[in-house]
Design a binder for this molecule. Structure first.
Ligand code: ZN
Length: 311
């Protein structure tokens, strides 16, 4: 190895979360436009897509059509579809609608857990066995997404040991997979590596993914650090969709096309095609009716054709 090599795996899984984390704060997008987005996303080659969430339609009106979206997913049988649920009732709804790979959020910080879900972290962990049982009985799986894994808007920094304890408890309760969420987009590469390492040691053999928001411009650096530290899956949203157009500073997930560009150009295979991602970003921009934050999309893709760049 040359002293300036990056030590990276040859491939990593990318999960597209724009349909859920991106669209949930948008003005509701009609079903037809969502299906056009899905068609364009599947054409990028991505094989893990978070399709929607089964939560209260009053709380998230933009995803009130979860059942209708789920009913269309069998069009694309080679995609690993997942949906977010907030409790066992949502899990039953998701499974009845045909989605058995579930994501369930537990906030590592008590204040965020109470504000977001009306219960403590321990109470949220307490629901894992029931939801796991439902998912497994339906032939699916349960991923526990640990929100505020690094920082909480109310409690400040989340101690590494606290997030590790939640991870261990979730796995003991039956979770098949974990995801560490930087809910407010504050973490940085060193803390990413430290937490990922601690969680992976505490939960050997359990895939651990990461979910970054690009609120402070550190999203891509965090993603690269996570890949180096053995993250099994990276969440991203097409065009960097997410955040709120009416709340300055609230920003979306890391942009899928930026993540794929960075990884593929660094020798890490994702299976996603950059040109198809730019097409999907255009379809998404039309669906939501406003400009997307992705720098790469605004720049129009690669600056030089790949053949020239390689020569
Ligand atoms: Zn998020």
């Amino acid at each position: 190895m040359n002293e300036f090599d990056l030590v990276l795996p040859s491939a990593v899984d990318v999960r597209e979360v724009g349909m859920r984390d991106g669209l949930q704060i948008e003005t509701p997008v009609p079903l037809d436009a969502k299906l056009e987005m899905l068609e364009a996303l599947v054409a990028t080659g991505v094989r893990r897509i978070e399709a929607t969430s089964f939560v209260s339609p009053r709380a998230v009106p933009a995803l009130a059509d979860a059942d209708q979206v789920a009913a269309e997913l069998s069009r694309w049988p080679d995609v690993h579809w997942s949906a977010l649920v907030a409790n066992a009732r949502g899990a039953v709804r998701a499974i009845d609608a045909g989605v058995a790979h579930l994501e369930y959020v537990v906030s590592a910080a008590d204040s965020h857990s109470r504000a977001n879900a009306g219960r403590s972290t321990a109470e949220a962990v307490g629901a894992v066995p029931e939801i796991t049982g439902l998912a497994h009985a339906a032939g699916g799986s349960l991923e526990v997404v640990i929100a505020t894994a690094w920082d909480c808007p109310f409690d400040g920094r989340t101690p590494v040991g606290r997030t590790v304890d939640v991870a261990r408890a979730a796995v003991t309760a039956g979770a098949d997979q974990l995801c560490l969420g930087d809910t407010i987009g504050t973490t940085t590469p060193l803390r990413v590596v430290q937490l990922l390492d601690a969680v992976r040691r505490a939960c050997p053999g359990v895939p651990v993914g990461v979910h970054f928001h690009d609120t402070r411009g550190t999203g891509q650096a965090n993603a690269l650090a996570a890949v180096q530290a053995g993250a099994a899956q990276l969440d991203s949203s097409i065009g960097g969709l997410g955040g709120c157009p009416f709340a300055p500073g609230a920003s979306g997930n890391i942009a899928t096309e930026e993540l794929v560009y960075m990884l593929e150009e660094s020798g890490v295979r994702t299976g996603l095609d950059l040109d198809a991602l730019l097409t999907a970003a255009r379809v998404t921009e039309q669906a939501v009716g406003h400009a997307l934050p992705s720098s790469l999309y605004r720049a129009g893709g690669r600056s030089v054709p790949r053949a020239l760049a390689a020569g």
